[in-house]
Design a protein around this ligand. Structure first.
Ligand SMILES: Cc1cc2nc3c(=O)[nH]c(=O)nc-3n(C[C@H](O)[C@H](O)[C@H](O)COP(=O)(O)O)c2cc1C
Ligand code: SF4
Length: 370
């Protein structure tokens, strides 16, 4: 049997395969940021036949000031639970599992969108794109509770776990990074202090949802900027998170240095264009070697053979794809039937712009012959 289709586990949760559909902000919510039928259908389609072991939703905001996008999913209010329940039920109909990704956009949030100032560990005067205000210590101390409540909503809606978005320059990523975090209280100054908020949040989610509700994190293996978090720092932070009860890691990298809506396709490190497969391969391999919790490799995986190779060589426990499954949500089912074609996703990132607005996530690039 191919490794990809072998079951595996995250914490006490069994997954039917080792293939993960990683987060993609959908832009498919209504005016109250609750899931629409289109969002439900997206996950029903991806969950068909239970071939994708784990589906991870696009980032859902945990409080109004942490919202990053139009039409983004809200995990910030109980009124959204019925719509979230429909998403989870549709996704799990054939056996796939689904996690809600939880985020606070930090300095990446736009006051024009939220009506509130952007908040982060420090004011980031050296990065004008990220202008905002430093959170007070009391404001920081409220964050774990916000995530714990949001995770509880996910649990009540039938999600199998949550992924904390700790990558790409969002709030947790800013706290973890010496590039953004210039604090002088217990949340800054050393990598241990910079990791404190992440650790407290993981523990708060477990306290609220129980130890059997898995909590994983998507983290930067490096920030990709001078003065940012390095691989060694990331490993150190992740060790602390593992000790705090983290159940799994998805390895990414870089910042989304594009705060304003822009016509140019986004090209941060996490979304490389062009040639090259598995651009976080080395980093994921390093994490996998050092950690006992499952590691998901993502970034530029485009062929069945490459995914199999990663698993066969033991370089990661699971492999994730995002853009190929936007391009063709049924790709995994084709692979499962033995039709192991390469994804024809061009990694052009034209879908990113659509996901930012209420137009909604889709691949606008025509298929050959259409
Ligand atoms: C349109 C779009 C939206 C994305 N939204 C998120 C998100 O909400 N949260 C997240 O952690 N990553 C997000 N990502 C990043 C992907 O999960 C993934 O890490 C990245 O696309 C690299 O994988 P790929 O080469 O398979 O696309 C997004 C990517 C795309 C293309
Ligand atoms: S627009 Fe389509 S082809 Fe381009 S990266 Fe997105 S899914 Fe792939």
């Amino acid at each position: 049997m191919n490794r990809l289709w072998m079951s595996c586990s995250i914490g006490s949760l069994q997954l039917p395969s080792r293939l993960v559909c990683t987060a993609a902000g959908e832009g498919m919510c209504d005016g109250r940021f609750h899931a629409t039928p289109r969002l439900v259908e997206r996950y029903r389609e991806l969950g068909k036949a239970g071939v994708i072991g784990l589906l991870i939703t696009g980032h859902a905001f945990v409080c109004p000031e942490g919202r990053r996008r139009e039409a983004q999913i809200s995990a910030a209010d109980d009124d959204g639970i019925p719509a979230l329940t429909e998403v989870a039920t549709a996704a799990k109909a054939d056996g796939s599992r689904i996690f809600l990704q939880l985020s606070h956009g930090g300095l990446c949030c736009e006051p024009e969108l939220t009506g509130m100032p952007s908040l982060g560990p420090s004011a980031a005067a050296h990065a004008p794109e990220y202008a905002g205000r430093a959170m007070t210590t009391e404001e920081v101390q409220r964050v774990p509770e916000l995530f714990a409540r949001a995770a509880r909503r996910a649990q009540l809606a039938g999600f199998d776990g949550v992924e904390l978005h700790m990558a790409h320059g969002f709030l947790f990523s800013e706290f973890l990074s010496p590039f953004f975090n210039k604090r002088e209280d217990e949340y800054g100054g050393s990598q241990e202090n910079r990791t404190r908020l992440a650790v407290q949040t993981i523990m708060a989610v477990h306290d609220t949802c129980g130890r059997d509700f898995p909590v994983i994190a998507k983290i930067n293996s490096g920030d990709g900027v001078e003065g940012g978090m390095t691989l060694e720092m990331a490993l150190h932070s992740a060790r602390m998170m593992q000790q705090a009860g983290l159940d799994g890691l998805e390895i990414s990298g870089g910042f989304c240095f594009q705060k304003k809506q822009s016509d140019t396709p986004m090209k941060p490190v996490s979304l490389k264009s062009g040639a090259g497969i598995g651009y976080f391969r080395e980093a994921a391999r390093r994490f996998h070697k050092e950690f006992s919790i499952p590691v998901i490799m993502v970034g530029g995986i485009r062929t069945f053979d490459f995914a199999e190779e990663i698993l066969t060589r033991g370089e990661a426990d699971m492999v994730g794809m995002c853009r190929p499954l936007i391009r063709e949500p049924s790709l995994a089912r084709r692979w499962y039937r033995g039709e192991t074609v390469s994804s024809d996703c061009l990694s052009c990132n034209a879908c990113v712009k659509l996901s930012r607005t209420s137009a909604g996530l889709c691949c606008p690039v025509k298929k050959a012959g259409c």
